[in-house]
Structure formats: structure tokens, C-alpha cells
Ligand binder design. Structure first.
Ligand code: ADP
Ligand code: 5GP
Length: 193
């Protein structure tokens, strides 16, 4: 890789519970060098297994809004009653250092990134069905009934955007979805415009 070659920006999106986190955990197990997961800031409360600074930077609403005022975000959005945002400086630092960056964000944020970075690579993870999606979300056992309802209410709108993304990966059989993400990644990092 030449010294001034920039990293590529990947956006992984899709409805809550579709398996984005699971697929990316597998991806990062197999890809340790040259690629960076952008840890977002959120006002959502941490789930029992989540670690501050690893899964998210967990902050109060005031802290988040201060970061908005200070122009710290590349994009941010309200989703299901909580605020989520991508740190601008970190992403630019990595891309400028030739490191590829992966954002795992919801669809409003993905739209903003696509407008700002026309060359970003967008991947939408598709559920096998809405019923299976709801069953996964409930099976994860991390959301209250109200939060499950809010997340499910967003799904039909999110699925309408399917054809706006460069890649759709169906997450039916997990290993097959993981292999597809790996193939997309390898193709894109070896492919020059
Ligand atoms: P997201 O990050 O998109 O919200 P998760 O990765 O947390 O979704 O996955 C939601 C739930 O679905 C988890 O309990 C996960 O283990 C499960 N899951 C993910 N992919 C599959 C799959 N292909 N088949 C069955 N269950 C899956
Ligand atoms: P969760 O609460 O399940 O962790 O995340 C809810 C949704 O917010 C998921 O679709 C996740 O991808 C998305 N998300 C996480 N971080 C960000 C971010 O920085 N910006 C945006 N727009 N969405 C995010």
C-alpha cells in the first residue's frame, strides 16, 4: 500500500436485530489489521454485557448535545428514542492513515454518510422475513417490550431503502452471510476505480 493511499469507508446498516453486530463480530475476528470499527457515542443505557468505549461511548443526553454543538459528529441520528453519533475526527484520522473504517449505523445515518461520501461502500443486511427479525430481536432479550415495538415500527421504512445500497446481504444462514461480507470487503479493498 502506498503511503498516501486513503482508507475506504464501509457502512453496514439494516434493521435492529437483523444480525449486524453478530456478523461484524465474526468479521473482526478474521480481520485484525488495516481495518477499524468506529465506536459510536450513544445516550442509550448500556446492556449488561456492553462495555463503555468498546461497544459504545455511553453518555447523557446533555453530553451528546454538547458534542453536537461542538461539531464532533460525522453524522448523528435519533433512533428508537435514543441518540447515536459517529465521531468525525476518529474516522478522518483512520482514513487519512490508510486504514479502512467500518461504521455500523442505522439507515438515517447511512443516508447522511452516502450524501457526504459518495465513494463509501454501503452494505444492507437483509432479514429472511419480518417474523424472523422480530423473533431474533426478542430472542436477544435486551429490549423492553416498548423498545421492541419501536424498533419493529421502523422496519418497513428501513426495508424500503434496500435498493439504495450497493450490496444487500441476506442474513439467513449466519456463516453464509459472514462469508458474503468477507467477499465484499476483499473485493472492495482490492478494487480501484
Ligand atoms: P443487530 O446488531 O443487527 O441489532 P444482532 O447481531 O444483535 O443484531 O442479532 C440479533 C439476534 O439475532 C442475536 O441474538 C443473534 O445471536 C441472532 N442472530 C444473528 N444472526 C442470526 C442468524 N443468521 N440466524 C439466527 N439468529 C441470528
Ligand atoms: P442498538 O441500540 O441496538 O445498539 O443500536 C440501534 C441502531 O443504532 C442500530 O441500527 C445501530 O446500527 C445504530 N447505530 C449505532 N451507532 C450509530 C451511529 O453512530 N449513528 C447512527 N446513525 N446509528 C447508529
Amino acid at each position: 500500500m502506498s503511503k498516501n493511499k486513503k482508507g475506504k469507508l464501509f457502512v453496514v446498516t439494516g434493521p435492529s436485530g437483523v444480525g449486524k453486530g453478530t456478523i461484524l463480530a465474526d468479521f473482526f475476528k478474521n480481520n485484525k489489521n488495516g481495518v477499524f470499527y468506529s465506536v459510536s457515542m450513544t445516550t442509550r443505557k448500556p446492556r449488561p454485557a456492553e462495555k463503555n468505549g468498546v461497544d459504545y461511548i455511553f453518555v447523557s443526553k446533555d453530553e451528546f448535545l454538547k458534542a453536537v454543538q461542538n461539531d464532533e459528529f460525522l453524522e448523528w441520528a435519533e433512533y428508537s428514542g435514543n441518540l447515536y453519533g459517529t465521531n468525525k475526527n476518529t474516522v478522518f484520522e483512520k482514513l487519512n492513515a490508510g486504514i479502512n473504517v467500518i461504521l455500523e449505523i442505522e439507515t438515517q445515518g447511512a443516508k447522511k454518510i452516502m450524501a457526504k461520501f459518495p465513494d463509501c461502500i454501503t452494505i444492507f443486511i437483509v432479514p429472511p422475513s419480518i417474523e424472523e427479525l422480530e423473533s431474533r430481536l426478542r430472542g436477544r432479550n435486551t429490549e423492553s417490550e416498548e423498545a421492541v415495538q419501536k424498533r419493529m415500527n421502523a422496519v418497513r421504512e428501513e426495508l424500503k431503502m434496500l435498493d439504495k445500497y450497493q450490496y444487500n446481504i441476506l442474513n439467513d444462514e449466519l456463516q453464509s452471510a459472514c462469508c458474503k461480507l468477507q467477499s465484499v470487503y476483499e473485493y472492495e479493498i482490492n478494487h480501484e476505480e
